[in-house]
Design a binder for this molecule. Structure first.
Ligand SMILES: *[C@@H]1O[C@H](CO)[C@@H](O)[C@H](O)[C@H]1NC(C)=O
Ligand SMILES: *[C@@H]1O[C@H](CO)[C@@H](O)[C@H](O)[C@H]1NC(C)=O
Ligand SMILES: *[C@@H]1O[C@H](CO)[C@@H](O)[C@H](O)[C@H]1NC(C)=O
Ligand SMILES: *[C@@H]1O[C@H](CO)[C@@H](O)[C@H](O)[C@H]1NC(C)=O
Ligand SMILES: *[C@@H]1O[C@H](CO)[C@@H](O)[C@H](O)[C@H]1NC(C)=O
Ligand SMILES: *[C@@H]1O[C@H](CO)[C@@H](O)[C@H](O)[C@H]1NC(C)=O
Length: 425
């Protein structure tokens, strides 16, 4: 659901140029401000008002402000992490950015800003990421006039190196007195990347949903296990019912776009049809084929057509939100929250199967790989691991999907943010 016409796809499809009309409108909308520097002498008088929620004088704090974060949940997570890592590089606290509740792709009016702390736990984030990156609130600011704007460059001539040089320049001591550096221009998802996968992973680990949404994910996951604990005669089975989550990318928008992508990249490993997905998932080794509970994570609008529930091998019990009776839970929330709940449900699945060209799938696999690493799993591609993941768009053993883990020593997140068929197993 996060893929519809976003700029990433436009980039992938449209010949690699980000200057698509849609993207350009967004950039123009937020990038009209002029670079101004208020290099006034710092007021060293200590303020009597104390905003010391962090236990030190806020006047000594320096902040980074970034543009509103937009598009799909995963684009937003990556953009947020990139903003954090930029702040870390500048040795500044990131001012809590706005996320976007709606899946924006055409109308700027529908951007629907939503504060970060409405979605993720603010204090928990700072606790978990303490000493690595830090978030601040606008109320922590003392003097809003001490703002320097940093205009992000764009276009082909704006290379990774130029971007890095610019950041280094703003790290330079001459900006020490400036309370806020405000980055202007394109949204952080489109910034050049300078950080390794493990730095992103560290930021993702600190993102914990607020309790309300975690509880909704708990409800959905327990519904899935509940429906799997009875057969159709009402006999109940063991207490713990494992489930397989399948992130099915079969929506019509995706199908059109992924075909173009396949052409461009000269591959046939991106678009899996419904039948191919069913076939490969049905061939996963080691499943108890008498009773396999499947949660099909699909975009809402597909729910009108229940055909994704049909055609699975015998013993497979497929559910989507409607059949599970949880569509009303989702309907209460805007796009971003629905997506975040679905993400949690896939994260908790005993087995996850996704598409390696999907950022949603890729981030889930990244987090599941981290879980494995924490458990001390050595052979993460082995057949008997906890938290296994698979990519159905690539054929693996026995005509099943390919085993999939994230390469945590990769030097950039590029593969994850744009999709890949190199999936480390
Ligand atoms: C904010 O900073 C400017 C420039 O340093 C200074 O002139 C002004 O008095 C400050 N305002 C407050 C409320 O501290
Ligand atoms: C500063 O904060 C502390 C506790 O947060 C409070 O007790 C104290 O009165 C405050 N000082 C001023 C000058 O506001
Ligand atoms: C960041 O700033 C703090 C406080 O100003 C300073 O103690 C620390 O050494 C700085 N860290 C880096 C990496 O520059
Ligand atoms: C900061 O920038 C100024 C002007 O560009 C330069 O003269 C100075 O050496 C730089 N300082 C550091 C610590 O890099
Ligand atoms: C719904 O499912 C049927 C049966 O598989 C299929 O023929 C039809 O094209 C689907 N409709 C839409 C709108 O996808
Ligand atoms: C992981 O990434 C590193 C660094 O790019 C590379 O050297 C290594 O071969 C990769 N490992 C796998 C299994 O792809």
């Amino acid at each position: 659901m996060e893929f519809l016409f976003n700029c990433k796809l436009i980039k992938l499809m449209g010949g690699g140029n980000l200057n698509s009309l849609v993207c350009k409108i967004v950039f123009l909308f937020i990038a009209v401000l002029i670079l101004r520097a208020f290099l006034l002498p710092q007021n060293l008088v200590f303020m009597s008002k104390n905003v010391s929620s962090y236990g030190f004088v806020v006047q000594q704090q320096k902040f980074l402000e970034v543009p509103q974060i937009v598009w799909g949940l995963n684009n937003q997570k990556i953009a947020f992490a990139r903003a954090c890592l930029t702040a870390r590089m500048l040795n500044r606290t990131l001012l809590m950015p706005s996320l976007s509740a709606s899946l924006f792709y055409k109308e700027i009016d529908l951007l629907q800003p939503i504060s970060f702390d409405k979605v993720f736990q603010f204090d928990k984030f700072n606790e978990l990421c303490s000493g690595f990156v830090q978030l601040g609130r606008y109320s922590d600011l003392l003097n809003r006039t001490q703002v320097v704007e940093l205009q992000k460059g764009s276009g082909r001539k704006w290379t990774v190196q130029r971007d890095l040089d610019q950041l280094r320049q703003y790290k330079n001591g001459s900006f020490d007195d400036i309370e806020v550096i405000k980055i202007d221009g394109k949204n952080p998802f489109l910034w050049h990347d300078h950080w390794p996968v493990k730095d992103y992973a560290k930021v993702f680990e600190c993102l914990v949903l607020v309790d309300e949404f975690t509880q909704e994910a708990d409800r959905v996951a327990s519904m899935i296990r509940k429906v799997g604990s009875h057969d159709d005669k009402g006999n109940s089975f063991q207490n713990y019912v494992p489930y397989v989550a399948v992130h099915m990318r079969v929506e019509i928008d995706w199908t059109i776009h992924c075909k173009k992508l396949e052409q461009r990249l000269n591959t046939n490993q991106i678009c899996s049809s419904k039948n191919e997905i069913m076939e490969r998932v049905g061939n996963i080794e080691g499943l108890n084929k008498n009773q396999v509970v499947l949660y099909l994570a699909v975009a809402d609008k597909l729910l009108q057509n229940s055909s994704i529930l049909e055609g699975w091998k015998e013993g497979f019990l497929p559910f989507e939100k409607k059949k599970l009776g949880v569509d009303k839970i989702y309907a209460k929330y805007p796009y971003l929250i629905q997506s975040a709940i679905d993400y949690e449900v896939c994260l908790r699945a005993d087995i996850f199967v996704g598409n390696s060209f999907s950022t949603f799938s890729s981030l889930i696999v990244l987090e599941r790989t981290q879980k494995m690493i924490k458990l001390g799993v050595n052979e993460m591609c082995g057949s008997d691991v906890r938290w296994p993941s698979f990519a159905y768009n690539i054929k693996g053993e026995l005509n099943g999907p390919m085993r999939w883990v994230t390469n945590m020593s990769d030097s950039s997140l590029h593969a994850i943010s744009y999709g890949t068929n190199h999936i480390s197993c």
